[in-house]
Design a protein around this ligand. Structure first.
Ligand code: NAP
Length: 303
């Protein structure tokens, strides 16, 4: 049966991914939006979450596409009003916030889904399956993109809670925590902070298990969203943000569902089975980097 859903925070990702994924699914009907300035053609638009929750009791699921800092207050209101909630990544500004939402959702008997869109990329599960019985000898994340291209003018990414380069970097962490057949923990990190910003623009990380990562937001030219895993039985390359898989250089079959359609399909299953899905491991690694990392100051950054 089709479920009515409201999208909150009509910005870049809502328009680029959430609206097409909802419209392309038989499970969902986009029934309202909440945004101070954004809207979707033909869909009832609210500027206030309280008004939407009060007026539209027929809408049972709320998908929050806001940046992480304002998200907690919206999620808490939706859960308190008995709605199921989907969170964009990263699921909150702090870990404690998300633990609290998880407890609130359990008490209210509603579903909370902390989504990781890159984990839903079509080559991630095939990579996980291949690695399951291998001995991993080393793994490396190479996640380098141009912040001016992907976050044009989005000042919030450099404000406290915006996570800087870990806003995209957490996508790599959501993949590596899914595919490796062991848990890793951070051993050391170097974080590069522009002298005029509150969040890092680059990071070099070293975890246990001989896992390392280079994250950089100053990349121009070719962009890299790649993970290489070396094992006793060959080398796995998961490239293009988890959408392509090669084993020893040979291209492998992948799934065919896109990331956001897969997330909405999963949300449909979670609601139908009264479950939640809140895996905070990717965010733990970011928090650990900000706790343990050595900080170096680099050139000022301006959009
Ligand atoms: P965005 O366009 O800057 O923001 C989304 C919307 O949130 C804005 O249009 C704004 O709508 C609302 N908003 C912003 N600050 C707010 C505040 N303080 N209080 C209430 N509403 C606020 O950001 P985005 O790129 O869509 O990213 C949103 C989330 O999606 C982030 O967590 C990001 O990591 C994730 N994400 C982004 C991408 C991407 O490529 N950009 C990809 C995957 C995931 P109104 O001003 O109209 O209220």
């Amino acid at each position: 049966m089709t479920k009515k859903i409201a999208l909150v925070g009509i910005g870049k990702i809502a328009v680029d991914q959430h609206v097409p994924a909802i419209n392309g699914s038989d499970d969902w009907e986009l029934a309202a939006t909440v945004s101070r300035s954004g809207s979707v053609d033909g869909i009832p638009a609210f500027t206030d979450i309280d008004a939407m929750l009060a007026d539209r009791r027929d809408i049972s699921v709320i998908s929050l596409c806001l940046p992480p800092v304002p998200r907690f207050a919206y999620a808490a209101k939706a859960i308190a009003a008995g709605r199921h909630v989907m969170l964009e990544k990263p699921p909150g500004a702090t870990l404690a916030e998300v633990h609290e939402l998880d407890r609130m959702a359990k008490d209210a008997g509603v579903t909370l889904f902390a989504t990781w869109h890159s984990r839903a990329a079509k080559a991630v599960q095939p990579a996980r399956a291949w690695l399951a019985d291998k001995t991993v000898t080393a793994a490396h994340i190479n996640w380098k993109e141009d912040v001016r291209k992907w976050h044009p003018g989005q000042e919030w990414v450099f404000e406290p809670g915006g996570m800087g380069v870990f806003d995209p970097g957490i996508n790599a962490l959501s993949i590596i925590t899914e595919i490796l057949p062991f848990e890793m923990h951070l051993k050391h990190a170097t974080l590069e902070f522009p002298e005029n910003r509150d969040t890092p623009i680059a990071a070099q990380m070293q975890w246990s298990g001989n896992v390392s990562g280079d994250f950089d937001w100053r990349q121009t030219g070719p962009q890299s969203w790649d993970i290489r895993v070396e094992t006793d039985a060959g080398v796995l390359d998961l490239t293009d943000g988890g959408t392509r898989l090669k084993i020893d250089g040979k291209e492998q079959d992948t799934g065919d569902l896109g990331e956001y359609p897969a997330l909405y399909q999963r949300m449909s299953e979670l609601v139908a089975t009264s479950q939640s899905d809140v895996d905070l491991r990717p965010m733990v690694h970011v928090a650990d980097a900000l706790t343990l990392g050595k900080r170096v100051i680099v050139d000022a950054f301006h959009f």
